[in-house]
Design a protein around this ligand. Structure first.
Ligand SMILES: Cc1cc2nc3c(=O)[nH]c(=O)nc-3n(C[C@H](O)[C@H](O)[C@H](O)COP(=O)(O)OP(=O)(O)OC[C@H]3O[C@@H](n4cnc5c(N)ncnc54)[C@H](O)[C@@H]3O)c2cc1C
Length: 309
């Protein structure tokens, strides 16, 4: 048994733990993901999320993965949903499908088009921003919704403060929480948290953590999404490029330290971009629980007591 709505999970007031997966691209990758879901389910995360691609086939896969999780695991799932290439009527249709699949949590995003298609363009009859999508989800009324946050500001935004202003609108449009773009430096998160807290007390902003295991992949990903790799991390990882196991150990230690700093700063939990692998995510989870930075998973009795007790 598990809580199903993220707003109810957050009302418990305990720090939360979540993992993010993406739809696999091959049969082999499916088996890896199934195995990962089984392994990580054993750690009792509060929820897991599945990303949503820009193309039609990856969208169908998002639903397939979500339904697989709902049917075959005790996990609470959150489906990512974007505005790319969809009218509001089509989005409402998708929400119906998610509802029928038992999904109660939506991460509402503007989304990015496929990499070879340039900048985001609004679909006629669609949503221009995640805030419009959040309004569609709120009007539907059947889901808890979450938005995205950018501690360094969204790359399209003239300033980070302007972007953070739109983050405040996400909460006004019904988001019960926001999950951040990957963070490598706790300072960025701290600045965002203080700015938001000053204007809207008690907003839930969960830091997104990319485990530093494959450093060249981290560099590629961060340049694509606009997250800065701090000098300290570069200096730690670059000399270790020819020594994969030393690089892995150093990267995991860095990630654990970063998570502890974020939780000490008041982060309400940690969202780990698990990249469909279980080992690093499990190591980080165990370390954070051992040091008391994350609570142990809910017991069956606590779960039975419901959201507000
Ligand atoms: C946790 C997380 C998960 C993600 N998962 C996915 C995924 O599954 N699939 C995917 O394709 N992408 C995903 N992304 C990437 C995301 O789609 C891109 O970063 C995208 O460019 C912006 O999405 P958004 O929801 O933040 O957009 P928005 O909130 O719409 O922001 C985009 C830009 O518009 C501005 N803006 C927002 N509201 C308004 C407004 N009302 N008026 C004017 N300007 C406004 C913002 O400041 C920003 O500059 C994810 C990102 C995060 C952080």
């Amino acid at each position: 048994m598990s809580f199903m709505r993220l707003d109810h999970i957050l009302q418990r007031g305990k720090r939360c733990l979540s993992y993010e997966f993406f739809p696999p691209k091959s049969d082999r990758a499916w088996y890896t993901l199934e195995d990962t879901i089984t392994q990580l389910a054993g750690l009792g995360p509060d929820f897991v999320s599945v990303t949503y691609g820009a193309g039609g086939s990856t969208r169908a896969k998002t639903r397939e993965v979500i339904e697989h999780i709902q049917r075959n695991s005790p996990l609470t799932a959150m489906a990512h949903l974007t505005c790319v290439g969809a009218t509001v009527a089509e989005i409402r249709g998708l929400l119906d499908e998610y509802h029928h699949a038992g999904i109660e949590n939506i991460l509402a995003l503007r989304g990015d088009p496929p990499r070879d298609q340039g900048a985001f363009t609004v679909t006629p009859g669609g949503c221009a921003h995640s805030n419009e999508l959040l309004q569609v989800v709120a009007a539907d009324g059947r889901f808890a919704s979450v938005g995205a946050a950018y501690p360094e500001g969204h790359p399209d935004s003239p300033s980070r403060e302007e972007d953070w202003g739109h983050l405040l609108e996400k909460f006004d449009n019904g988001a019960c929480a926001a999950i951040t773009q990957c963070i490598f430096d706790s300072k960025d998160y701290c600045e965002l948290l203080q700015w938001v807290e000053h204007r809207r007390k008690g907003s839930t902003i969960i830091p997104g953590i990319l485990t530093v295991v494959d450093y060249p992949a981290i560099e590629r990903f961060s340049s694509f999404c606009g997250a800065t790799i701090p000098q300290a991390l570069k200096e730690l990882m670059e000399p270790l490029q020819e020594r994969p196991s030393a690089a892995r150990a150093a990267g995991i230690a860095y990630t654990i330290h970063l998570c502890r700093e974020l939780l000490d700063l008041g982060a309400p939990g940690i969202h780990i971009y698990a990249l469909n692998r279980s080992t690093a995510a499990a190591e980080i989870t165990t370390a954070l629980r051992d040091s008391g930075h994350l609570p142990q998973p809910y017991t069956e009795t606590e779960l039975r007591r419901g959201p507000l007790s």
